[in-house]
Ligand binder design. Structure first.
Ligand code: ATP
Ligand code: FE2
Length: 324
């Protein structure tokens, strides 16, 4: 079975073909705003401008290799409305053109499914951390339930905000990680866990203030240690609560080595196992949509044209995980 996947919820437009065991081809194009943050309509325009080239390259590879597609999967939400609509329109056209079914995929679930597919994790508690999301999830009674989430901004957004305030380039995460390695001391910053939820807005502001009095490397290090300890605490509690022996890290912030290391230590201390997908599957990518689409198709799930409208606020726990 071969499935084409289209991703384009935010910055990254990406198309990929996967079969049961591997990624056959993936092509992407990333929107970079002239200045400041992401502008939804500009990002959608970028996706429209590059759709023919990105999808065209993937279809050419299919022709050259004789790969026959069985379905077109697309990220139906959550994400930015204009971007989602551009991608959904392309997916509908391809489905009609090739006479193959559509599979509407939840973007957050795709991060989880590609991680399981790539690592061999079976039933993990999942820490999903990116620029748009910070959640701890686990499968329970046929759905990915959210055990804990941010009360304000995501951890990726908090890192990026702090980075901008001290003049580091966007995205801030990678640069903060690099600086943190040369730190000399820990500076106390606000640690906020409420029940199973966490908050990062105050931490980001406090770090920006601390950077006026302390070495930047020390503040970067302290920011990471504080934020990641909060995430690890909630992940551990979700494992205990949901009785999971595995944990898995997904999303763009998952590229951070220190976060992976802290989760690994926590899992080993409680006799569990930690799973870290390859870096190329961490950020948004077409392969994760194709991979999830294939898993859904195999379970008999397809999306009729009349139900293929985009879902900007699509929640993870709305999806019945019939393939688990
Ligand atoms: P989503 O739509 O799932 O919310 P996204 O659009 O935010 O995803 P991602 O690529 O998943 O895109 O995540 C981007 C975030 O990851 C940015 O906030 C960036 O700073 C952060 N990030 C990337 N690399 C690292 C790193 N090494 N350490 C910490 N954060 C990182
Ligand atoms: Fe994402």
């Amino acid at each position: 079975m071969i499935v084409l996947g289209l991703e384009g919820t935010a910055w990254n437009l990406s198309a990929a073909l996967v079969d049961e065991s591997r990624v056959l081809v993936e092509k992407s194009s990333t929107y970079v705003p002239a200045k400041g943050g992401i502008h939804p309509r500009e990002a959608a325009q970028h996706h429209a401008d590059h759709m023919a080239e990105v999808v065209g390259n993937v279809l050419q590879a299919a022709r050259e290799n004789g790969w026959q597609m069985d379905a077109v999967a697309f990220s139906q939400g959550p994400g930015l409305g204009p971007c989602l609509r551009t991608v959904a329109t392309a997916a509908r056209v391809l489905s009609l053109r090739f006479g193959i079914p559509l599979v509407g995929v939840n973007h957050c679930i795709a991060h989880i499914e590609v991680g399981k597919w790539n690592t061999g994790a079976r039933d993990p508690a999942v820490l999903y951390v990116s620029g748009g999301n910070s959640q701890v999830l686990a499968l329970r009674q046929g759905r990915y339930r959210i055990f804990g989430e941010t009360l304000d901004i995501s951890v990726g957004n908090a890192l990026d905000k702090f980075a901008r305030s001290v003049g580091l380039p966007h995205p801030g995460g990678p640069r903060i990680e690099e600086l943190a390695r040369s730190a000399g001391q820990y500076i106390p910053l606000p640690y906020t866990v409420k029940g199973m939820d966490f908050s990062f807005s105050g931490l980001s502001t406090a770090a920006s203030e601390a950077a006026r009095k302390h070495e930047l490397a020390d503040v970067c290090y302290s920011f990471q240690e504080t934020a990641f300890a909060m995430l690890v605490e909630v992940t551990e509690r979700a494992m205990a609560h949901a009785e999971k022996k595995e944990a898995m890290l997904v999303g763009g912030v998952g590229a951070n080595r220190r976060l992976g290391e802290m989760l690994d230590i926590m899992c080993r201390e409680r006799g569990g196992r930690f799973f870290l997908p390859e870096r190329k599957f961490m950020g948004d990518n077409g392969s994760m949509i194709a991979c999830t689409g294939l898993i859904m198709l195999r379970a008999g799930v397809t999306t009729p044209l009349g139900q293929s409208q985009v879902r900007p606020g699509y929640r993870t726990d709305e999806v019945e995980v019939v393939w688990a």
